[in-house]
Every structure is written in structure tokens, then in C-alpha cells.
Design a protein around this ligand. Structure first.
Ligand SMILES: *Cc1c(COP(=O)(O)O)cnc(C)c1O
Length: 406
């Protein structure tokens, strides 16, 4: 029988759950785009995004998804024939690298495999061997593998090699989930999109740029008029912020999402994601004690707080995902083929749980419990105590209400 009534959970790594507050903020009439509230709200959104990325430099918005932000970052900083190094830890940096290659950039991929983070020593060696490298591309979180890269260690390796390359990070999955300090960590360009940790429907791509990136724009010959970040960075007229009509309702939604992030506190947002990720890790380890289940990233320090990639050995997880979706009320993330940039290719023995943005323990324990029900219903072997292990991680972190503590 199907038991899937009540609220359906979307446990995929983006687009993520949209808070009611964001949806309500968007549910309104079209505003005047030339004057009034939308002008001030756009400034508020840009300031808020900079606060989330911990940068005092520039944030440019595009009506696009993350791929658009990728292209904006590349075309505003690079020229045809420039050398760049892409650090692959799953799949997404390869996608970004492939886009650069198609733009005419000479891309070298340094591959760290689908189950580990970047090794800074190997990066340092590669940069010493190629001192003319103009940019290093890396995902803070690779959403396919769920690897979390150590951005300060990558910066340190670049400095140790004496590299003048720009450090460009893809934070599409990690912004407002994994801790990040753009300026303090020496990042030159960061790309993001609004539909993951920022809890807003897909449609706004974001590029953050520091002074070295702004300087690189002067010689970049790949830029095209729409993607040029200069008018967005230094607008003389409001319409230049979006090179045309503003994405009005996305601005309403994003402004509300940012208010929610600052009400909670950015540090608290990061800490919550860490706890919820730890709960998923504990559950998977318990399942793995009696079955093929395994965290894709063995090193705990290299696991993202936004998404967890789970391996099921030779088990095809399609029936598990289908059962969870149709009868248990939760959509789980598909396994993306690791180590390949081919769009749409799947890994049958892998699924992912997204835990980014608007997520609380009840939602996450619900997802984990539903996965376990699906394992039982399908007769898939698994160790016991997974939900209990996840609950224990959450219990250890939970504040006790003042009255209960008496
Ligand atoms: C989701 C994602 C992308 C792609 O974003 P789109 O909005 O689908 O274009 C790129 N990189 C990472 C790390 C992502 O998580």
C-alpha cells in the first residue's frame, strides 16, 4: 500500500526545500521595477549575499542557474588560450572545466578520484610545473561525490608554489551550508546559485569577485555583453544590475531567505548543517555494519555538510528510491556518475541524501527512517540501529529548553 500522505520530503541536493516564508514573500503582485521597494530590496540582497560569502568585495547577480554563473566567472577573467587547472573531486569541477575548454581555454584536469578531497601537495607540484597557470578551479563541495575541499589548504599550496593564478571556487552546493570565508581564505572568485543553501527557486546565479579578479577582467577577452560583470559591479542605472528586467520575485524570495539565515545566525546555520550531516554519517555507518552501505567519502574531514553520497556496492538502488518516492513520502537524490562530466549519466549503486538549507532533525530522521523502511521492504541487508545512531548525534547537539533543564 502507499502510505505517502502528508508533506512529501525532498531530500535531494538541490533544488532544496523552499521555506513557506520564501514562498509567501514571492506570492505577490508585480512591482514597479524602476522605483520603490525593489530598488532597496535588491541592494539588501546584494549586501546579504556578500555577508553570507564573508566578502567585502563584489557580488553580481544573473538571471541564470549555476552554469550561467560558471560561464560569467570564466569569461570575465580569462582569455582564449589561457592555462587553467581544474581540481576534480567527483564531477562538477569537470563540468566547469569542460565549459572552459569549449570557450577556448587550455584546461588541465588534476584528478583526485571520486572518493577524496584535493591533495594540496599534488596541487603545489602541478603549479610549480606550470607557473603560467591563470586560474585554479575547484568546488568547495562536489555535489556528486559529497567531497568537501579544504579551501585554505588549497590557497596555501598556491602560495607555496608562488602561483599568481586566481583561486576560483564553486560554492553552488556549499554556500550557507559549509563554513566559508571568501576574503579571509584568499579566494578571488566564488560562484553560487540561489536554489541550494539559499532556499530559493532556481533562477539566480551569483558571482563574487575580489580585487585580483576585478583586475583580471581588464585583459579577459572571452567576455560577452550580457555576462560582462562590470556594469553589474558598478551600475550607473538600476537596470544594469541585471542587464535588463530584474528577477523581481526571486529578489523577494532571496531577501526573505537571507533574513532567515541572519535570524538564525550564519555560524548557527553552518553548525546545524554539520550536526545534520553527522547524523546521516552515523546512520550510514550503522547500515554498513550489516550490508553493502558505505559513505562515499571515507575521510570524515573531507565530507560536506550539505549532501551525503552513499554507495550500495553491487545493489541497484533504483527500486529503493522508487519505493521511497512512491509509498514512503521522500524523494532521494540519484547517484551521478563519478569521474565523468557526461550530463545525465547515473551510477546505479549510489544514491544521495541532500541536507541543505531548510532542514531540521524531524525531516532528516524522517528521511533516514524511510530509507530504512525501504531497505526492509526490499529485503536489502543492512545493519541495525541507524536511526538510533542519527538520533544520538542530534541529541548530543540539541539545546535543552530552559524549563526542561530544571
Ligand atoms: C548544482 C551544482 C551545479 C550546477 O548548478 P545548476 O544550477 O544546475 O546549473 C554546479 N556545481 C555544483 C557544485 C552544484 O552543486
Amino acid at each position: 500500500m502507499t502510505l505517502a500522505r502528508g508533506r512529501h520530503f525532498l531530500s535531494i541536493p538541490g533544488p532544496s526545500v523552499m521555506p513557506e516564508r520564501v514562498l509567501r514573500a514571492m506570492h505577490r503582485d508585480a512591482p514597479n521595477i524602476y522605483e520603490g521597494e525593489i530598488i532597496a530590496l535588491t541592494r539588501e540582497v546584494i549586501a546579504g549575499l556578500k555577508r553570507v560569502a564573508c566578502t567585502g568585495h563584489h557580488a553580481m547577480l544573473y538571471i541564470s542557474n549555476g552554469h550561467g554563473a560558471w560561464e560569467a566567472a570564466l569569461t570575465n577573467t580569462l582569455s582564449r588560450g589561457d592555462r587553467v587547472l581544474a581540481l576534480a573531486t567527483g564531477r562538477f569541477a569537470r563540468g566547469w572545466a569542460e565549459m572552459a575548454r569549449r570557450l577556448g581555454v587550455a584546461v588541465e584536469i588534476l584528478d583526485f578520484g571520486p572518493r577524496a578531497a584535493v591533495d594540496p601537495d599534488r596541487l603545489e607540484d602541478a603549479l610549480r610545473a606550470a607557473p603560467d597557470t591563470r586560474a585554479v578551479l575547484v568546488c568547495q563541495t562536489d555535489t556528486a561525490s559529497s567531497a568537501l575541499n579544504d579551501i585554505p589548504a588549497i590557497r596555501a599550496a598556491m602560495d607555496a608554489a608562488g602561483s599568481s593564478a586566481l583561486l576560483m571556487t564553486d560554492n553552488i552546493a556549499s554556500l550557507a551550508c559549509d563554513e566559508f570565508h571568501m576574503d579571509a581564505w584568499g579566494v578571488d572568485v566564488t560562484v553560487a546559485a540561489c536554489q541550494k543553501g539559499l532556499m530559493t527557486p532556481p533562477g539566480v546565479g551569483i558571482v563574487f569577485a575580489g580585487p585580483r579578479a576585478e583586475a583580471a577582467r581588464r585583459r579577459a577577452d572571452l567576455v560577452t555583453p550580457y555576462w560582462d560583470w562590470r556594469p553589474r559591479m558598478h551600475p550607473e542605472e538600476q537596470y544594469q544590475l541585471f542587464c535588463g528586467t530584474a528577477p523581481t520575485h526571486h529578489i523577494f524570495g532571496l531577501a526573505e531567505a537571507l533574513r532567515m539565515i541572519f535570524e538564525e545566525g550564519l555560524e548557527a546555520v553552518w553548525a546545524r548543517h554539520r550536526v545534520l550531516a553527522g547524523a546521516v554519517h552515523a546512520a550510514v555507518e550503522a547500515w554498513g555494519s550489516g550490508g553493502p552501505w558505505e559513505l562515499n567519502i571515507p575521510d570524515p574531514a573531507a565530507r560536506s555538510a550539505a549532501v551525503t553520497t552513499i554507495r550500495a556496492g553491487t545493489v541497484d538502488v533504483a527500486p529503493l528510491r522508487a519505493l521511497a518516492d512512491a509509498t514512503l513520502g521522500v524523494t532521494l537524490g540519484v547517484g551521478l556518475a563519478l569521474g565523468t562530466p557526461v550530463a545525465g549519466s547515473r551510477e546505479p549503486g549510489v544514491f544521495r541524501i541532500g541536507h541543505m538549507g531548510h532542514v531540521n532533525p524531524a525531516m532528516l530522521l524522517g528521511t533516514l527512517g524511510a530509507v530504512e523502511s525501504a531497505m526492509q521492504a526490499l529485503g536489502l541487508p543492512h545493519g541495525r540501529g541507524a536511526v538510533e545512531a542519527a538520533a544520538a548525534v542530534i541529541a548530543a547537539a540539541a539545546d535543552r529548553p530552559a524549563r526542561a533543564a530544571q
